[in-house]
Design a protein around this ligand. Sequence first.
Ligand code: UDP
Ligand code: LCN
Length: 805
Amino acid sequence: MLELIHSIVNSEEHIDLHQFLHQLRWQNKSYLLRNDILDAFNDYCKSLQKPESFRNTSQVSKLIYHTQEIILENETCCLVVRPRIGHQQVFHIAEDLQVEPMSVQELLDLRDRFVNRFHPNEGGIFEIDFHPFYDYSPVIRDFKNIGKGVQFLNHYLSSKLQESQQLQEKLFKFLSLHNYNGTKLLINQHIQNHQQLSQQIKLALDFLNSYSPTTPYTEFRFELQDKGFEAGWGNTAGRIQESLELLDGLIDSPDHQTLETFLSRIPMIFHIVLVSLHGWFGQEGVLGRPDTGGQVVYVLDQAKNLEQQLKEDITLAGLDILNVQPKVIILSRLIPNSDGTRCNQRLEKVYGTKNVWILRVPFREFNRKLTQNWISRFEIWPYLETYTIDAEKELLAEFNGKPDLVIGNYSDGNLVAFLLARRLKITQCNIAHALEKSKYLFSNLYWQDLEEKYHFSLQYTADLIAMNAANFIISSTYQEIVGTPESAGQYESYKCFTMPELYHVVDGIELFSPKFNLVPPGVNESYFFPYTKTDERFYSECDRLENLLFNLEDPNLVYGKLDNPNKQPIFSMGRLDRIKNLTGLAECFGKSEELQERCNLILVAGKLRIEDSADHEEASEIEKLYRIIEQYNLHGKIRWLGVRLSKSDSGETYRLIADCQGIFVQPALFEAFGLTVLEAMISGLPTFATQFGGPSEIIQNGINGFYINPTRLEEMAQVILEFVNKCDHNPDYWLRVSQQAIDRVLKNYTWKIHTARLLSLARIYGFWNYTSKENLQDLYRYLETIFHLVFKPRAQKLLAQHIQR
Ligand code: UDP
Ligand code: LCN
């Protein structure tokens, strides 16, 4: 990029760069983000009647396209440029177009000066830098491979296995470690080192040759034991042979594919904890409450499917004979004042499973006094450390020992996962779901002003600790990690930022680390399936739901009566919080008379009345929705259902809308992933979803759905209208998009794919963790220091405030 700027400066275009920056200085904004920059550039081009070629292909336009931020200070400009995904460069351009690269430290100081919180004379600021701790680990080179960490790691590990006898010995030791409830698995005391292992494998393979591949393991179990091999290699002679051949291959000539297949078979995961703390965690009547959405759906479905996958793996490994039982515990919080939910129950079995449980542990204050009420996710930080200590005891009792894997969910669950993993010395996996930092613009820069309400200083510190500690991280989309060519990713936003007067993050996370893996979730196919699967549909519920959607007049449940219920329905379902932007959809509908003539708008939005809401954002969205209905006089054209639908009701609702050849719209200002998008698509609804965030990876625009820009309401209405018109001209069009939406989900987003991948990762990273644990000690010490010296004092201060309230 420096070359590009130099080349601009040395060409005719330097006049444009000079004038453009000059024009910016005359604006009243001195901190511009990408959208502002693009708008300003458009204005510049318009005002000087620049030709299209200049706007699109000039060197200046190229520079502008890649610029994420411009900060103006006195006569100079600072440009934060993202030449390609995962890379950032910073430049300082003076009035006379002298260009100098700027260091990260200089950028952070500048940002502090921007908010008047730069105090060089009072000493330096604490700098957080994780870069040195990633030295031990290999890093991916090409940004296109970010999120494919395990493939990369397998290449790396297999080449190391080839070179290093030490790693071969570690592999042997790793294999000798495994047991189930004290019963040895895989290798017993007859094999003492990796050379011996290699000899015994050959003997065992010769021995197995005399059996037909389908012979059950029980028939030759004791002979194999004599050769040093315990249960865990397979359930039949054929499967065991395959496993031992894989291992033989790994010892003689390791390659990445063999390593992955072999490690994915190792029976080392039987007991799993999923930590999901904030919101209300339950199987019924909780979705749509504040802080309670897709994460609950995700974790419940994941837990059920993990049990299923573990069972399959256990059977294939031949461990049924040891009566090995997988167990999955969803660790959540107990809320004594549970508002009609089951969140006050300590233990609850998950429906349809054999051994999946929700274990709820209460938060406590000083002197073991328990908190009684629900607490917002922004306020729960002070309780997490004592919570972990209590939860650890309960988990040890429930599992009758240690779990094998802990998976954290969201910032709070990930911090607890970190603390648990440190105490129990087990593998830690993180799932972000949504990182608040990218949702709230400038939230780090103005953290002090927002602290009373949001406590971002705690949340972002917790995020840094947990994401760096995690052995592996799974993300639902690529852009969750590193964004798109135009916008930064959620994890990327932790790379370098300032928390003025608290700390500077010089390097907050290695985005090229192999710990990142893209593993999207699935949909629960018992509830969400195509509308065409008539034999599986819940017809007994259809009349009730149809009436609720289109006709029922009950002011407690529905606002709005449709003049013509037969018009094509535009459907949406979500919580009434600002980011979900259901009000934006109503306004888009309000602005387009043509859309109102052609369609009805039906919203399932949880609540109807401000007085029923304890959440300030929700209350103001309710108010706004009423205002929009009045402003655009949407009476007769809109129905607003103030209900929370159960899973089976929401599944049938999507299908009922599909029966009417309706569409689904997801209008969020930003959506990290968007389970409703998957649910609507698998039901067969042509889906229009926000272009900001995960949906743009789920949908392929124009093929199996459509992107909308929720900040441009007229344009959004136009996209929907175009579709409606096309369907009028070609009745097959709706059917085609509908079928393509179904196919997209079935092929790429199933829980079966997700859990098989997740367990394979857990095993591979378990091995990686084992081989590199000495190298991780420095990092862990650093993380503990940040936890104790930055996080904890702030958490204690917040607790004192809670107690005073
Ligand atoms: N949901 C539901 N009933 C409702 C509202 C929402 O079952 O009345 C479910 C919806 O089906 C989806 C989840 O809540 O599974 C919302 O997840 P999503 O990822 O779309 O958004 P989040 O709420 O996590 O931001
Ligand atoms: C949280 C969100 O905001 C959604 O975008 C996701 O779909 C959900 O979690 C499940 O991961």
